[in-house]
Design a protein around this ligand. Structure first.
Ligand code: WTA
Length: 643
């Protein structure tokens, strides 16, 4: 492992809180006085009825938090702010790729949510119904999430970069009755035709009764008269009020699909109460934003980072967020810095891939802009290499902004390990996410389930439940137990490798399983392989992640083609095209190699481990179970031909 930056950055008075006692006290308290600790911190939300019990752990690992509590997330994100002093405060400063802007106040958000909630009711949507959102980074996206929450419908957001196959799969698994999408979105100066992709997906599904379409990019779309309606036509523009439905703390708020090691993506089901308490407190502890700060979480709303930290946490806290649609390097590589300067942004939260990409363009782009309003910087999604950390800290933060490296997952709801500005920042070590948040009890185990020594690599687990954890996998309690609680019985298994150093700092080292992390996006190896085979052009496929200096990892695939054809390039480009339209552009392999056969065990299982090792010039390990050793030479010569 690479701890090149183990030497800590020296704390300066303004940036670091030299006293970590506050943190230590809160951390200890969260276990010793668990009930009191969470009862106090749950007051960050407004409840119609307080809980009877903080934690019900009688049906482990189906933990239930704030049992008996009643609340509504839409009420917590907007109503209570307009009832107090934030009616005219900006909830969102939306910036389009062309530089157009739209400022939506809390009152404006409230009106939009109520109008859409009314439209949903008119379309027959009831509490517990599932709604799929396939939307770009537009204001209507948080509005749709909160309108669903207002009436008790469960939404499932599908990242607008996914293709028709991925969208259809999620609609089918969630049995959604309504889809909300847009005509198109802007990306690198081009229009992505979302409605067209949605139409393709709908041919593979049968549960959707209506489609609501936001007119955004202005591209032509086919409207199916019996099914499709324009957003602006159903929603109207006058003032309406819809009473928020009083939800149980353990009624689901949303389902978000995420990739794993086996089979299709899993729908992580998040609760209303526990999730809300977790995201709001974690944002406060880690970043400690002030009332007047401008917060920019530069993730896409379709991933968990966008759900928790563009929508729920900042709105619960009543903050002002920047929301940006489009590419961070369009039209010029200084887009991010230009936005920070123009809107006087105080906190930027982005991914290591974005940082590495922006760093590659050189210092001249950030140097063109006044970034002096920045006071805190954050990262998420993958391990950050110390050199990118340093560039972010020195060049972007002018050596005065702490880097809040947040380790967490779709399933955890919010941050799990991160420096905590509100509780006393420790001296930071570039590349380490530092310490667990209150309520988080990590351990690092070896294959036998024993705790490893300091500085030894192992699997990171969480030994106790926390309020933001997923409740289950949609329609599949068994898979929930098997995926997360059976590798180390009773402990939540994250699927990542980590090290704890002798100062107690945690270093997250990436996936311990066959999940890919491409540019901070979590993708399943099996999904890529299935998609390759379902193009009909390959009979077998093996895919894996290859280290990449910018994206962390890129996908490399080996396929056995259905027919040997003369023009390999044509075949590869056709495969690429089909994967793009089925799963989406992020799933398209960087390299596709054609071989006559793949290494297999005698029982016919493809040995992905061997393919990867040979292709990356590593030692392939045990080859005794290999059926035909010429397959290894095939991989070698394909790679040589490629070089
Ligand atoms: C990885 C994203 C190192 C990790 C919020 C995890 C990280 C997966 C970090 C979850 C970090 C996330 N340092 N690795 N700060 N943050 N990861 O579900 O492998 O899209 O398991 O959630 O991203 O990805 P997901």
């Amino acid at each position: 492992m690479d701890i090149e930056g183990e030497k800590s950055v020296l704390p300066t008075e303004e940036v670091y809180h030299p006293d970590m006692n506050l943190y230590k006290r809160a951390y200890d308290d969260s276990f010793k006085n668990m009930e009191a600790f969470w009862s106090f911190n749950a007051e960050i939300l407004t409840w119609y009825k307080k809980w009877d019990r903080v934690l019900d752990d009688t049906k482990k690992p189906f933990y239930r938090w704030f049992v008996g509590g009643k609340l509504n997330m839409s009420y917590n994100c907007v109503d209570r702010h307009i009832e107090q002093h934030r009616r005219n405060k900006a909830a969102y400063i939306w910036v389009g790729e062309k530089g157009d802007e739209k400022i939506v106040t809390y009152d404006g958000l409230f009106r939009r949510i109520n109008n859409l909630a009314k439209a949903l009711i008119n379309l027959g949507i009831k509490k517990g119904d599932r709604i799929v959102l396939y939307m770009p980074m537009i204001i209507e996206a948080p509005v749709a999430m909160l309108a669903a929450a207002r009436i008790g419908a469960v939404f499932s957001f599908v990242f607008a970069g996914f293709g028709a196959g991925a969208l259809a799969e999620r609609i089918n698994d969630s049995k959604a009755v309504l889809l909300i999408t847009a005509d198109g979105s802007f990306r690198n100066g081009k229009v992505v035709e979302l409605k067209k992709i949605a139409d393709e997906a709908l041919e593979m599904t049968s549960t959707i009764r209506n489609v609501i379409v936001v007119k955004h990019a202005g591209n032509n779309v086919d409207m199916n008269e019996d099914r499709d309606i324009w957003y602006h036509e159903v929603v109207g523009d006058s003032y309406t009020y819809v009473e928020p439905v009083q939800m149980d703390a353990n009624d689901p708020l949303f389902i978000l699909y995420t990739s794993g090691t086996t089979g299709k993506p899993k729908g992580a089901v998040h609760s209303t109460g526990g999730y809300g308490v977790w995201v709001a407190n974690t944002l406060k502890w880690a970043f400690n934003p002030d009332e007047d700060d401008r917060w920019w979480c530069a993730a896409d709303i379709g991933w968990i980072t966008g759900h928790s930290y563009i929508v729920f946490a900042p709105l619960i806290l009543g903050l002002t967020s920047i929301m940006y649609e489009g590419s961070i390097t369009y039209p010029e590589p200084d887009r991010v810095w230009e936005i920070i300067e123009k809107y006087r942004i105080n906190i930027l939260y982005t991914s290591p891939t974005a940082i590495r990409m922006l760093m590659k363009f050189g210092d001249k782009y950030p140097k063109r802009h006044d970034l002096s309003t920045l006071k805190v910087l954050g990262t998420v999604g993958e391990p950050i290499n110390p050199s990118a950390w340093r560039w972010y800290y020195e060049t972007i933060g002018n050596s005065k902004c702490p880097i809040i490296d947040t380790y967490w997952q779709t399933e955890t709801g919010g941050f799990m390990i991160a420096p905590q500005r509100a509780l006393g920042l420790p001296p930071l070590k570039p590349g380490s996410a530092t310490f667990p948040l209150p309520g988080v009890d990590p351990a690092i185990l070896n294959d036998r389930g024993e705790e490893v020594k300091d500085n030894e690599k192992g699997y990171i687990v969480f030994r106790r439940p926390w309020p933001g954890m997923l409740m289950t996998v949609n329609n599949d309690d068994e898979r929930y137990v098997k995926t997360y609680f059976s590798k180390f019985y009773g402990y939540y298994f994250c699927g990542d490798y980590a090290i704890k150093d002798s100062d107690g700092y945690y270093w997250l080292l990436g996936r311990a399983d066959e999940v890919l992390n491409v540019a901070g996006h979590r993708l399943g190896t099996i999904e890529v392989e299935d998609a390759l085979v379902s193009t009909g052009l390959a009979v077998e496929a093996a895919a894996f992640g290859k280290p990449d200096p910018i994206k962390g990892e890129v996908i490399v695939a080996f396929i056995v083609p259905k027919q040997i054809q003369a023009d390999r390039r044509e075949l590869i480009s056709e495969i690429r095209k089909r994967i793009r339209s089925d799963l989406g552009p992020i799933y398209v392999p960087d390299e596709i190699h054609i071989v006559k056969l793949l290494p297999k065990t005698r029982s016919g299982k493809i040995m992905r481990r061997v393919v990867k090792a040979v292709a990356l010039d590593q030692i392939p390990g045990d080859l005794t179970t290999l059926e035909d050793s010429s397959s290894v030479d095939e991989i070698r010569s394909a790679i040589e031909a490629f070089r």
